[in-house]
Design a protein around this ligand. Structure first.
Ligand code: ZN
Ligand code: ZN
Length: 342
């Protein structure tokens, strides 16, 4: 291993294991690792696995010794059958940490497990960080609470999220209380802990830490939500930032600060003009256009910018990437469900 790479690894290990860093602090002490060239896929054949530095196929995606980002859902409230609701999995050493619970996530996780990422087998989904309580980000929560339990998850689901998330999980359990009673009191073999939920209400700052990750929440501005968060994951070998839903925000720039992967929501600056004026007003206060994201990414300097939660309005992945590239010369890709990034 090259000395520079060892130094970078040691620095990120120390940052991940050390005292609670503010967003961005982990990469501000030591010089950033040398940038590897990003090789964009020349055709569709590598869409399933896109790697910083070099593209590899699924065999390498199975390597659980490093961090992977798996797009379990890139969608929006639009019921696009090709795109499940928002859910990003950060997989570190065979453990999956989910961000958001959009509709369809458990089945997408099962598909990723079939592709060789064992950490995403449904019964192994045990922890989720919710960005905000908009329904498109939480309609999959009862699925995540109950389906893995039915499939033999033994432990309670750990849910981190903004104030209000405990109320949501409590009411969801109440809504399914009869299902839980029948499954636990009847003849179905079941474990009596797997349906339970430990809800943790975040404020900004470090919200979770174990031997794989330090997770830092940062507040982002999103329409009239009182609480909306992005999350930064510091792992032994990567810094990953997920924007959640946000209009352009310095908080994202500070949280990324030359991070490895910035997963950011986006809408088409070209096509927004086709929307009714009242919706244009909403999107300007709630979300980030391609033009605005180009400016954010230029300042944040991620090694790879990944677009998700895309609002296309008639354009496509290539169109969004073209729009972003007008103002940003770094590596950028518009994600589809089940793609993997490192
Ligand atoms: Zn959303
Ligand atoms: Zn939202």
């Amino acid at each position: 291993m090259a000395p520079a790479l060892i130094a970078a690894l040691a620095a990120s290990l120390a940052a991940a294991a050390g005292a609670a860093p503010p967003p961005g602090a982990a990469s501000s002490g030591a010089p950033p690792p040398p940038r590897e060239p990003y090789v964009a896929p020349a055709d569709g054949s590598l869409r399933d696995t896109i790697i910083i530095g070099r593209p590899v196929r699924h065999a390498a995606a199975r390597d659980s010794s490093v961090t992977s980002v798996v797009m379990l859902g890139t969608g929006t409230p639009n019921a696009d059958p090709e795109r499940s609701g928002p859910c990003v999995a950060v997989v570190v050493r065979g453990h999956a940490y989910l961000v958001d619970a959009g509709p369809g996530l458990v089945r997408r996780a099962a598909a990723a497990a079939k592709n060789g990422i064992a950490a995403l087998a449904p019964q192994r989904l045990g922890i989720v960080f919710i960005t905000h309580l908009h329904s498109d980000h939480t309609v999959g929560l009862p699925d995540l609470m109950l389906t893995p339990w039915v499939l033999e998850r033994h432990d309670p689901l750990e849910v981190y999220g903004p104030p209000g998330v405990r109320n949501m999980t409590t009411h969801l359990l109440a809504a399914y209380s009869e299902d839980i009673r029948v499954r636990t009191e009847g003849l179905e073999p079941s474990h009596n802990d797997g349906w339970q939920v430990h809800a943790h209400e975040n404020t900004a700052g470090v919200v979770y830490r174990d031997s794989n990750v330090t997770v830092t929440a940062f507040a982002v501005p999103h329409a009239n939500w009182t609480y909306s968060f992005g999350y930064r994951f510091d792992t032994p070998d990567r810094a990953i930032v997920i924007s959640g839903d946000t209009r352009p925000s310095d908080a994202v720039v500070a949280a990324c600060h030359e991070c490895d992967i910035l997963v950011h929501e986006v809408y088409s600056a070209e096509r927004v003009a086709s929307r009714p004026p009242e919706w244009q007003r909403y999107h300007a206060g709630a979300h980030t256009s391609t033009t605005e994201l180009a400016a954010i990414a230029t300042r944040a300097k991620p090694r790879l910018l990944v677009l998700y939660h895309q609002l296309f309005w008639g354009t496509d992945d290539a169109g969004l990437v073209r729009e972003v590239r007008r103002g940003y010369d770094g590596a950028v890709v518009s994600a589809r469900d089940l793609e993997v990034y490192r």
